[in-house]
Design a binder for this molecule. Structure first.
Ligand SMILES: C[S@@+](CC[C@H](N)C(=O)[O-])C[C@H]1O[C@@H](n2cnc3c(N)ncnc32)[C@H](O)[C@@H]1O
Length: 463
C-alpha cells in the first residue's frame, strides 16, 4: 500500500522539484560536523563548547531594539537572565524576534530545511498522515495541525500530494501554529488561501486553501487549536526552536549558565551562584537518565517547553484520538551542549548581534518519550528512527523513480541532489563538483518519533 501511495501521489505536483535547484553550498540547519558536545563554529566563537563561561568580545557599535530590550530585562531584574529567556526573546520577541519580521529560509535566508529541499519530503509526511487517518477509522472530521510551518511548504506539498484522495482531504481542517505574522502571510500565500463567507450565513468568513479546498486557521499556540476532534499533528524543526536551559557541572553540583551584561556593556555568560527554578526540570530530566549516562556529562541542556508541549500533545491525543509526528535533529538521550547560532548559512557566536541569527538546540527525544508516557497511559510512543529509515519505508525511492521518468537532465540532477540530502549520510558519492559544495545528507542526523493514541495501533513505519 505504501509503495502504491508513493507512486500515486498527485502526478501534477511537480512544481517545486523541477523549479527549485538550490545552490549546493547551502548548509542545512545542522552542520555536518556538529555534535552534541561541541559546535562546529570555532572554539573561539562558540562559548557553549567551553567549560567555563567566557566573556564575548564582540560589541556592536549601536544597540538594536532587541539588544536594548535584553539589557533592560537584566537591569530591571538586577541580575542575569537564563539562556532559555535569552533564546525565547531572540527568536520570538513580538517586535524584533528572529522569526517575527522576515523570511529566514532558503538561499536568501539563513538556513534551509528538508521541506525546502524537495517536495518529496512533504509528500512522504502526507503518506504518513493519510495512513494514520486510515488507522483512525477514516474519521469524517480531522484537525491536521502543523507546529511552526515556516513558509508553509511542507503543508502545501502534503496537500498537493494527497489531493487525489478526496475522502481524506474533505475530512481535513488545517490548523497552523505560528508566532510570526510575516510567516503567517507567507503560509497563506503558499497554501493559496482565500477568504469565503461561511456556509452558516452568519457573516463570518473562513479561510480556504485552494490547493484542495480545505479550511485553514492560524493560532499562536497549540492550546488555541479547538479540541474534541481527532487530530494529526506534525512538528518539523519546531522542537529545536524551543528555549533550553543550560547547566554546567561544578564541584558542588550543577549550576545554571546565565547571560549577564559585562562592564563594557557586551553580553557574557556567567554561572548562577545558587539553584534556579529550572533546576526542578534538570532533576526531572536526570531521573529519566542512568548514572552512567549522567556521569559522562559536564554540561546538560533541558527544555521545559518541550516537556510541557509534549504533555499537551499526549493529553490531547489521549482524549481526541490521532497521532503526532516529530521530526528534528537530536539525540535519544540527554543533550549536553548543543545550542548553536546560524546566520546566512554560517555558524556565529550565540551572543553575537541577537535577533539576526537563528538559535536552535538538539532535541532530546528520550525526554519527549518520558513526558508523553507520564502525561497519559492512553498514548504510545514510537521511535526515534532516522529520517532515512522513515522516508525509505514510506516509499521515497518509488516516488523519486516515478518523478525521474518524466524530466530533463537538469531536473534529474536536482532530484538526485534533493533525494540525497533527505536520505543520504555525509557527502553525496555521485557529486562531481567542488568538494566544499557537495550535497550533504541529513538522513541519519534527523530523527523521527511518533506519539499516537493506543487505539490507533502502531503507526507506519514504526511496526
Ligand atoms: C526552524 S523553523 C521550521 C519551519 C518549518 N517547519 C520547516 O521545516 O521549514 C521554526 C518555525 O517555528 C516557528 N516558531 C518558533 N517558535 C515558535 C513558538 N514559540 N510558537 C509558534 N511558532 C514558533 C517559527 O516562526 C518557524 O515557522
Amino acid at each position: 500500500m505504501l509503495r502504491r501511495l508513493a507512486v500515486q501521489l498527485s502526478s501534477s505536483h511537480q512544481r517545486r522539484l523541477f523549479n527549485a535547484s538550490f545552490p549546493q553550498f547551502l548548509a542545512p540547519r545542522l552542520s555536518p560536523s556538529f555534535s552534541s558536545t561541541s559546535t562546529s563554529s570555532s572554539s573561539s566563537s562558540s562559548s557553549s563548547s567551553s567549560q567555563s563561561p567566557q566573556k564575548h568580545s564582540h560589541e556592536p557599535s549601536s544597540d538594536s531594539e532587541l539588544v536594548k530590550h535584553l539589557k533592560g530585562i537584566v537591569k530591571f531584574r538586577g541580575g542575569p537572565i537564563t539562556v532559555a529567556e535569552y533564546m525565547e526573546e531572540v527568536l520570538t520577541n513580538p517586535k524584533a524576534g528572529f522569526y517575527i519580521n522576515r523570511d529566514v529560509f532558503g538561499a536568501e535566508g539563513d538556513f534551509i530545511t528538508s521541506p525546502e529541499v524537495s517536495q518529496m519530503f512533504g509528500e512522504m509526511v502526507g503518506v504518513w498522515a493519510m495512513c494514520l487517518w486510515e488507522q483512525m477509522g477514516r474519521p469524517s472530521r480531522v484537525n491536521l495541525v502543523e507546529l511552526g510551518p515556516g513558509r508553509g511548504t511542507l503543508m502545501a506539498d502534503l496537500l498537493c500530494g494527497v489531493s487525489k484522495f478526496k475522502n481524506f482531504t474533505e475530512s481535513l481542517h488545517i490548523h497552523l501554529v505560528e508566532c510570526s505574522p510575516t510567516l503567517q502571510k507567507l503560509q497563506r500565500s503558499n497554501l493559496k488561501c482565500v477568504d469565503e463567507g461561511s456556509s452558516g450565513g452568519d457573516g463570518d468568513t473562513r479561510t480556504i486553501s485552494k490547493l484542495v479546498g480545505t479550511p485553514v486557521s492560524w493560532h499562536v499556540a497549540l492550546e488555541e487549536v479547538p479540541s474534541g476532534v481527532p487530530t494529526i499533528i506534525v512538528a518539523h524543526e519546531f522542537y529545536d526552536a524551543l528555549p533550553v536551559h543550560q547547566f554546567q557541572r561544578a564541584t558542588r553540583g550543577w549550576f545554571e549558565k546565565m547571560i549577564d551584561v559585562a562592564e563594557n556593556s557586551s553580553f557574557q555568560f556567567v554561572l548562577s551562584p545558587k539553584s534556579t527554578p529550572a533546576t526542578l526540570f534538570l532533576m526531572k530530566r536526570c531521573k529519566w537518565a542512568s548514572p552512567e549516562e549522567l556521569n559522562k556529562l559536564e554540561q546538560i541542556e533541558v527544555c521545559p517547553k518541550a516537556m510541557e508541549l509534549t504533555e499537551a500533545i499526549a493529553t490531547r491525543l489521549s482524549g481526541d484520538g490521532g497521532g503526532a509526528l516529530i521530526i528534528d535533529y537530536g539525540l535519544d538521550g540527554v543533550v549536553s551542549d548543543s545550542l548553536q547560532a546560524i546566520r546566512k548559512h554560517k555558524f556565529v557566536h550565540i551572543l553575537d548581534n541577537p535577533g539576526t541569527a537563528d538559535l536552535s538546540a538538539y532535541v532530546d527525544f528520550a525526554s519527549i518519550r518520558h513526558s508523553a508516557e507520564e502525561a497519559s497511559e492512553n498514548v504510545s510512543v514510537h521511535g526515534p528512527i532516522t529520517q532515512s529509515q522513515f522516508l525509505g519505508s514510506l516509499g521515497i525511492n518509488f516516488r523519486v523513480e516515478a518523478l525521474l521518468q518524466n524530466c530533463t537532465d537538469e531536473q534529474a540532477e536536482s532530484l538526485r541532489t534533493g533525494y540525497w540530502r533527505l536520505v543520504g549520510d555525509g557527502e553525496a558519492p555521485f557529486w562531481e563538483g567542488p568538494d566544499e559544495q557537495a550535497p550533504l545528507g541529513m538522513g541519519t542526523r534527523y530523527l523521527v518519533m511518533a506519539i499516537v493514541n493506543k487505539g490507533q495501533g502502531i503507526p507506519i513505519p514504526f511496526q
